[in-house]
Design a binder for this molecule. Structure first.
Ligand SMILES: [Zn+2]
Length: 119
């Protein structure tokens, strides 16, 4: 398997947690609150791609010269985006891929984050 096929496989797996969070937020009815003035954004970070400190974020065993700078750039980009959003008045929540596996606790976190904006 060459590198680009590999990356495609990883990327498509990476889409699943994002969909899980979106459909859960949708189920909770948050789709209808998009007109609110306060701005909230939820990031769903794949543990590997965003270098989470957890067991799902396995460090690559080969091609380190390729992966390490790439993952470091991702991390730097994440920090910058969140800083920029915060500076512009947004509130950002980061949900890690590994945290999407527990639906009850994910549900609670989404509610807390999104409801905080209303009251
Ligand atoms: Zn993780």
């Amino acid at each position: 398997v060459n590198r680009s096929e590999n990356m495609r496989a990883i990327r498509s797996k990476d889409m699943l947690p994002e969909l899980a969070v979106r459909s859960l937020a949708h189920k909770l009815g948050y789709r209808y609150r998009l007109h609110r003035k306060d701005l909230r954004v939820i990031f769903v970070h794949g543990c590997f791609w965003h270098s989470h400190d957890c067991r799902f974020a396995h460090t690559p065993k080969s091609n380190l010269g390729y992966w390490m700078p790439k993952l470091a750039r991702n991390q730097a980009r994440d920090e910058k985006s969140i800083e920029a959003l915060t500076a512009a008045g947004w509130k950002a929540l980061v949900i890690w891929e590994c945290e999407t596996k527990d639906e009850a606790s994910l549900n609670k976190r989404l509610k807390t984050f999104l409801d905080g904006a209303i009251r």
